[in-house]
Design a protein around this ligand. Structure first.
Ligand code: HEM
Length: 322
């Protein structure tokens, strides 16, 4: 084989690379000689991936349920990667800000569009049977979902709706954190008793989430937006991307998800308790929670109408068809 100029150049570059870290190029070339070429199945860890769907019952639809939750968590992971990338920079320019929000928006849109896999893709009888083997686990315990919220907005926007006004001047993050909407939603109003789903989640993740809440008060998406220069803040594309992000996370995904709860848990004659024990008909609909990441971008009327319309059309249709 001829040692071409190109090959010689590469060898010199490789030599410089290994020399700079005090290593011997020949040994690394020996390594190359013996190492296997990469295969698709090894690279994406296919065997491991396909071994992760471990149903607790023999109902085949439980694999659909587990698989779709895992798909969702993978998209959440990709979205978090974008949030973290922005947060690490502390200040960003418009181009990068837009690029990353658009990526997050695409992930959420894929999830919203695919939620019919849940809504229409499982046999209700099977679902109602295998879910009993999962108690008290619930998607409520998705830590990535909570992290996405903290990376999106100031904590004051995640406070349960009935306490938002009362706590608007509180600056203590730990105090605000205890009034976050999901803790409230999983606590009995009259007795103050927390559901087991919540206490388990708190034991596992409270410390970590509180630390993240503190950290993201200066690095969440909204804080990065207000640090853009005024011209970029007013840019139509930037505002549109943020508003889409708000709608995806706080209206479209929650409604697609709510539709599946209605499809499986609401019957005309009775309502079925959820595995996580919330009053889900009051807890899940965006029009009751009114969770809005970027309230300053919406008019009062838009905020008043948050989550309405779509609910009446889509959800009522599902109940009638169930
Ligand atoms: C048939 C399918 C589903 C049903 C019936 C359902 C039902 C519920 C219910 C009733 C809740 C309220 C908490 C509780 O009381 O358990 C909830 C919360 C939640 N579920 Fe699901 N779920 C389904 C699929 C999914 C999927 C595929 C995901 C994806 C990860 C998911 C993620 C979540 C999240 C993040 C919450 C918390 C929402 C919030 O706090 O606003 N769920 N689910």
């Amino acid at each position: 084989m001829e040692i071409t100029k190109e090959l010689e150049e590469r060898l010199l570059l490789l030599n410089a690379k290994y020399e700079s870290i005090g290593q011997d190029l020949i040994s690394y070339l020996d390594g190359l000689l013996y190492c296997e070429v990469t295969t698709y199945w090894d690279y994406i860890q296919l065997d491991t991936l396909l071994s992760l769907q471990k149903p607790k019952t023999n109902f085949s639809d439980e694999v659909v349920f587990i698989g779709y939750h895992q798909i969702t968590e993978l998209y959440f992971k990709l979205a978090l990667q974008e949030f973290k990338c922005l947060a690490n920079k502390k200040t960003v320019d418009k181009t990068e800000f837009l690029l990353r929000i658009k990526r997050i928006n695409r992930y959420f849109e894929a999830l919203v569009h695919s939620f019919s896999i849940m809504v229409d893709g499982m046999d209700q009888k099977e679902f109602l049977s295998f879910r009993m083997a999962l108690l008290p686990a619930s998607g409520f315990q998705s830590v990535q979902y909570r992290q996405i919220e903290l990376f999106s907005t100031d904590l004051c926007n995640l406070i349960t709706q009935t306490k938002r006004e009362e706590l608007k001047d509180v600056e203590d993050i730990a105090q605000l954190f205890s009034f976050i909407y999901w803790k409230y939603g999983a606590t009995e109003e009259h007795s103050g008793k927390k559901t087991l789903t919540l206490t388990q989640f708190e034991e596992r993740y409270d410390k970590e989430l509180l630390a993240l809440a503190k950290e993201t008060q200066t690095t969440n998406l909204w804080q990065l937006y207000v640090r853009l220069n005024p011209e970029d803040q007013a840019d139509a594309q930037v505002m549109e991307a943020l508003k889409t992000n708000d709608l995806n996370a706080n209206v479209y995904w929650p409604l697609a998800h709510y539709k599946s709860a209605v499809r499986y848990l609401a019957k005309t004659d009775e309502n079925i308790a959820s595995t996580g024990g919330t009053n889900w008909k009051k807890y899940l609909p965006p029009k009751f929670q009114k969770r809005i990441f970027y309230p300053n971008l919406w008019t009062q009327e838009e905020k008043d109408q948050w989550g309405k319309g779509w609910v009446e059309d889509q959800i009522l249709q599902t109940i009638k068809g169930a």
